[in-house]
Design a protein around this ligand. Structure first.
Ligand code: XMP
Length: 310
């Protein structure tokens, strides 16, 4: 693939489609939405408003870190606090697809449609990539950002048209293009993080307490495996509990699963053969988290498992 040509074509396409109108995009800090943000700003400059929606499901310090990275590239990013709206939408839900749907609805129907109305934007720039489309259309998993491919008329449903500049790219292409556009390595090389964020790493209902647990575990896993070279690594909080001992007392505690996988495009994955020493050190740190007394290593490739747990 000629990445330079791709960049030129997409910038021209965005410019031509948007014309003199206004556009908006939501940045999550992942490589897909970061690349769309840079392409969009090259094409549209001030006509594009970029927002970072804090949905309460982000990793530690993420909103501030992302805003700073883009400020350093002279791209202004607005932080929008929508934590309560997302937590209310997720309350009581345990089914994976219902959780995904609730996040999609909270995002597009509530928070985003409000922002679009406020800013008078006629276009939304979206970081959908080819794998998202394929898996959703094949009925494997409803990716949060798939709308038009499922026959959803965004104009009628939400009041704006969607532009998807990355829809012909796979993850490895996205990273190459990001590098070519001088995005910092912390973004172009960043491990994938799903749109529904930490909600995909909590089996069962999402609550503030569980979010805090899985967020702390995520920080530990990301720090421990930063040099692993693996495709993706993260912590998952199960809905089950297990008996353990804490301060010489019985504790019916939480269970964290460690997942670390090798892949090129997330369509298939194998498990990283981490050293026993590394596994032990992660397990020791994870089980120091308040209320957690077990840490398991997931040995399942994709297929039959998927990478995430919901
Ligand atoms: P699965 O779990 O489907 O994950 O094997 C494949 C890759 O996609 C990421 N993922 C998502 N990304 N929205 C996203 O933007 C989603 O709803 C979503 N679900 C999974 C996952 O982290 C993995 O890299």
């Amino acid at each position: 693939m000629d990445y330079k040509k791709f960049i030129e074509e997409q910038i021209a396409h965005i410019r031509q489609t948007v014309g003199k109108a206004k556009a908006i995009n939501a940045l999550s800090g992942g490589v897909d939405s970061s690349l769309v943000t840079v392409l969009g700003h090259r094409a549209l400059g001030d006509q594009l408003r970029t927002v970072f929606v804090d949905n309460a499901l982000m990793r530690e310090g993420e909103p501030q870190r992302v805003a700073k990275t883009f400020a350093d590239m002279d791209i202004p990013v607005e932080l929008v606090d929508a934590r309560q709206e997302f937590l209310s939408a997720l309350a009581g839900l345990t089914d994976p697809e219902e959780k995904r749907q609730a996040i999609t609805d909270a995002f597009y129907s509530k928070v985003f449609s409000r922002l679009v109305k406020e800013s008078g934007a006629a276009f939304l720039l979206h970081g959908t990539i080819l794998t998202d489309i394929e898996e959703t259309v094949a009925g494997i998993k409803r990716q949060h950002n798939i709308l038009t491919q499922l026959g959803i008329d965004t104009e009628a449903a939400y009041g704006y048209s969607v532009i998807e500049p990355l829809k012909t790219l796979r993850k490895d292409d996205v990273r190459q293009v990001a590098k070519l556009l001088d995005l910092p390595a912390e973004i172009s090389q960043r491990i994938p993080f799903p749109g529904p964020a930490l909600a995909t790493r909590i089996v069962g209902e999402v609550t503030l307490e569980k979010l805090e647990t899985v967020r702390t575990a995520t920080t530990i896993v990301e720090a421990e495996l930063a040099d692993s070279g693996a495709f993706q690594y993260f912590a998952v909080l199960l809905s089950d509990r297990a008996t353990g001992i804490r301060n010489n007392k019985r504790q019916f505690g939480r269970i964290i699963v460690l997942r670390c996988i090798e892949s090129t495009d997330a369509r298939t994955a194998t498990v990283t053969p981490l050293s026993w020493e590394k596994l032990n050190s992660i397990s020791q740190r994870i089980t120091q988290i308040n209320g957690v007394n077990r840490c398991l290593y997931d040995l399942t490739p994709k297929p039959p498992a998927t990478i995430e747990y919901i």
